[in-house]
Design a protein. Structure first.
Length: 158
């Protein structure tokens, strides 16, 4: 350490939900490192939530009915849909109700990983694949009809 180097020590404390920080500076004229090596990390009084009873599965829960809307790229149309999910771990099953006759009533399969969702339906010659992000009781993303992205969608928990 150079003789003119400054040592800066910062500490943090959470008191009554308010984050407090304090820093101090001092000049050091010695080139000897402090005893004990590195400065120990600050401790926190916050508690860690208990582990999930699902064995560490941190996937979002989407079980139930969701109402949404879809919009084709380039403003080429849009409409409404609802999907009712049954969830087992990260796996999804369900039924799609949509204002597209060849997909209305189609069975849905998919998966949830963290806050990401992927699900799709195939009925006869029609198929649709949804990919998106879950944020509480809202989800949104893109959908495709075969290859490529055909538009966007969003849904809210009913």
């Amino acid at each position: 350490m150079r003789p003119s180097a400054r040592l800066r020590i910062c500490g943090a404390l959470i008191v009554g939900g308010v984050f407090l920080a304090a820093c101090s500076s001092s000049s050091s004229t010695t080139s000897t490192p402090p005893t004990g090596g590195a400065i120990p990390p600050a401790t926190s009084t916050a508690t860690t939530p208990p582990p999930s009873s699902s064995g560490g599965d941190t996937s979002s829960t989407v079980e139930g009915k969701w109402n949404g809307s879809w919009q084709a790229n380039g403003g080429a149309g849009g409409g409404n849909f609802s999907v009712t999910f049954t969830q087992t771990g990260a796996s999804l099953d369900g039924t799609l109700s949509i204002d597209v006759s060849c997909l209305n009533g189609a069975k849905v399969t998919g998966k949830v990983t963290g806050n990401s969702i992927e699900f799709g339906s195939v009925q006869g010659q029609c198929s649709v694949d949804y990919k998106g992000t879950i944020n509480g009781d809202q989800m949104s993303g893109t959908y495709g009809l075969g290859a490529g992205t055909a538009g966007t969608w969003k849904a809210s928990k009913a």
